[in-house]
Every structure is written in structure tokens, then in C-alpha cells.
Design a protein around this ligand. Sequence first.
Ligand code: SAM
Length: 234
Amino acid sequence: MNINKLSKRLETVSSYIIKGSTFADIGSDHAYLPCYAINKGIADYAIAGEVVEGPYQTALQQVEDAELTKKIFVRKGDGLEVIKPNEVDCITIAGMGGGLITTILEKGKDKLEGVKRLILQPNIGAHSIRSWCVENNWEIIAEEILEEDQKIYEIIVAEKMLTNRLYSLTEASILLGPFLMKERNPAFIKKWTDELKQWELILARLKKAGDVQKVVEKKESLERNILLVKEVLL
Ligand code: SAM
């Protein structure tokens, strides 16, 4: 992977960046995504945000080497603290857990003023992002699921609801993804077939573990999820 050739995962993320926009890539690491998006003429300007010194220095160097310092601004900071309200049209956050992405959005809510689109690529725990979208009235407008190097990645694209209409999702679509569960592509089937097998193994073990309150709750939650997934898969 380099600034001219992204992984399939990041290239798919880039395909949802609003054309001609200014976007912030949070947790940019090597800054491949902003460099690629500017070089390909997808976005006009970008902010590459990084909280860790090493990757921050790598991003600075990468942007300098690519001669893009007039178009990409590398900033060090935690989550959305690197941007000001109304500064960007679009935010990408890729390659982290869904829980961390949700925390970044929640902590930086005041910075989402003026942001039209979020492009989020959780490595795990996509459901927590979908719940956050419902709670904060961001409508999921597209989703992708793809397999690369034997790993399965989900991408969630959301836009702020501009009307007074309240956004809602069913329990199944929070877990599986409203678009993904309709499309049911091979990566989706593989992900949930594997997940189902894991859950059934855990459930079998829990059934032998007695009836302590915590175990009962875990069993109930697993049984509920197994049911939801089976209804969609079978
Ligand atoms: N976005 C790139 C990608 O998808 O290939 C890099 C992903 S890398 C696994 C995650 C990056 O996010 C790391 O460089 C890490 O330092 C950074 N990161 C983690 N938490 C962060 C936060 N709260 N704010 C900004 N960056 C963060």
C-alpha cells in the first residue's frame, strides 16, 4: 500500500468522500488516505489527525514527501479535537474498533457542526456505531462489507438528518447493518456464519456454567443475537 495504491478497504472508504470537499481523516497514521484522495482529485483539502507521536511524525513526513503540505494539514490530537466546527464537510475514521470510533464521535460532538458525511470503517463492533447513529440522528445512507487478506471489514456511511424526522433502526439492522443484511453478499454470509459458530460454542459452554445472574444475562443476549442472525442467514 502507498499513496497511489490503497488497500481495497481504504480505497472503498475513499470512494465515499464527498467530491471537492475538505475532509478530516482521524487516526490517519501514515496519511495514505488523505494523500491518495488529494492526488486523485477526490477532495480539495484534508486534515490528517493523529494522537500518537510516531504515526503523527510518519504522517508529517509522508505529506512532505508527497509535496502536499499546502493541501493536507497534519495535526496532533485526540479524535475530533484537531478540527474546528464548520471546518470540514466530511470525516473518515478507519481501522479502529467500533467502540473507539463511537467514543471519538461522542467526545467530539460539538465539532460535528457543519459536517455532512461520516465514513466509518470499524474493524470490529460496527453495531456500536449504528446505535450511536440512531441516538444522534445520523442516517446510514450506505454500507459496504468486504474481505481482504482473510479479514472482513465493514464500512458505514452516515449523513446528518436535516429534517425533524427521527432516524431509527431495528435490532437486527443495528447488529447486521440495514443495507448489508439486504444485500447478503459472500463476505456478509461468511462473517455471520463464522460469528454464529463462535456464539454457539460459547453458549454451549455457558449452559454448563450454572445460573449466576451475569451468566444468565450473557446467555440471553447470545440467544437473542443467534436468533436475529439465523433469521437473516437462513
Ligand atoms: N486509518 C488508518 C487505516 O485505516 O489504515 C490507520 C489505522 S491505525 C490501525 C489506527 C490509528 O489511529 C493509529 O495510528 C492510532 O494512533 C490512531 N488513533 C487511535 N486512537 C486515536 C484517537 N483517539 N485520535 C486520533 N488518532 C487515534
